[in-house]
Design a protein around this ligand. Sequence first.
Ligand SMILES: CSC[C@H]1O[C@H](OP(=O)(O)O)[C@H](O)[C@@H]1O
Length: 326
Amino acid sequence: MRRTIDWDEDAVVIIDQCALPGAFSTLRLRTVDELIDAIRRLAVRGAPALGAAGALGTAMSALRHGADHAAVEADAKRLAEARPTAVNLSWGVRRALAKLPEGGQAVLVEAKAVLDEDETANRQASARAAEAILDRCARRPLRLLTHCNAGRLATVGWGTALGVVWHLHTAGHVEYVFADETRPLLQGARLTAWELAQAGVPYRVLPDSAAATAMARGLIDCVVVGADRIAANGDVANKIGTYPLALAAARHGLPFFVVAPESTVDRTLPGGEHIVIEERSAAEVTEFGGRRVAPDDAAVFNPAFDVTPADLITAVVTDQGILPLA
Ligand SMILES: CSC[C@H]1O[C@H](OP(=O)(O)O)[C@H](O)[C@@H]1O
């Protein structure tokens, strides 16, 4: 299966996630500016995929600028700052940049290693989480709810929360997946639904605001989501709407699992209150399908992520293990 993001000759090649689900197409990005634009438009998105983008973009700059390390470092800074919340982006940049003294090819080799490691880490994390969910939930088959897109499209390959679904579905343990549409950019309706359909997993798309009612009606056994930055105490930044899901899951006594590669854990931050939350444009809220749906002068609150406190999370599962929560 094609990687979500990869290196080809002299360019970064991505699946164009803005075109899905209507069209499956790729974009060939030859400059750091083109890559930063694709990151900001969410043509490439998802914490692990952004880690790969940061590493590959740094390699692209190092190969172009050679001994002009100041130019490479300037590009690396712009890449790391393209989106602030997912720690993986700056992590990928730093990891590739560390090889700059050894030359551009060494930077590229390190960036490619980031890609190779990501799918392995996601398979390990999601397999561990699938076992933990089977241990925690007695009902078979399982009825899962997820938010946003934490599938292969959010990673180099396989996925995190949807990686759990692939493991459980293959073993015959999935009755269906409820996929939050995930306003305002609809990663759930557009991308998670597309991945589930491709995999032949029974699913239903729902408005984010219907998730608590699905739980109240006894339609859900477990919530499983991805993450963009995990603080040292287990607080988790993830797509806006995750925190209310955790509140509803707690109210209904449902397990709430977070799955991520270790590269998403940021131990420099003691708690979630220190995580920078990306604020995105008003147009994402006041427009829908290219049409205005709010008054011209409507003020908007559009944080792209929220923080779920560790005490609302059953387990944060990575490829390295299950994080001890506060
Ligand atoms: C497997 S990380 C996926 C994570 O990233 C998404 O954010 P965005 O679509 O803005 O890049 C969302 O928070 C997902 O849970």
